[in-house]
Design a protein around this ligand. Structure first.
Ligand code: THU
Length: 130
């Protein structure tokens, strides 16, 4: 059931600190412990120091003791089906599998479902680093 994740992402978006871009984003992760971890983008006056909603949610998950993203929802008030940026795809991939579903939302619910493999094909993988 992805609607609860959508609602969690939408709720998280209300916490966005986005005074510069005025582009609030919310993200919600269902982790292997069954819990939902949420995040919003947090910008900074020194623009490059800000970060996206997805790493906020990942931080919450890690500090909650979970390690695996079962499914994830992303929403942006001003962009229906807002796709996670390239850097976020790599960050999500660290804790997800190829079949992990990413839900892209509009203001009413989940509008598109993609797997991580579709989102980040030919991703960086090597046994050299373990
Ligand atoms: N943003 C996210 O939070 N996630 C994304 O995947 C795309 C971009 C944020 C970063 C910045 O605060 C604002 O959206 C405009 O780029």
């Amino acid at each position: 059931m992805s609607h609860d994740l959508f609602e969690a992402a939408r709720g998280a978006m209300a916490f966005a600190h986005a005074p510069y871009s005025k582009f609030p984003v919310g993200a919600a992760i269902r982790a292997e412990d069954g819990k939902i971890y949420t995040g919003a983008n947090i910008e900074n006056l020194s623009f490059p120091q800000g970060w996206c909603a997805e790493p906020t949610a990942i931080s919450q998950m890690i500090m909650g003791g979970a390690k695996n993203i079962v499914e994830m929802a992303v929403i942006a008030e001003k962009l229906p089906l807002c796709p996670p940026c390239g850097g976020c795809r790599q960050k999500i991939a660290e804790f997800a599998g190829k079949e992990t579903r990413i839900y892209l939302c509009d203001e009413t619910g989940v509008k598109k479902t993609m797997t991580m493999d579709e989102m980040l094909p030919f991703s960086f993988e090597t046994e050299v680093l373990g």
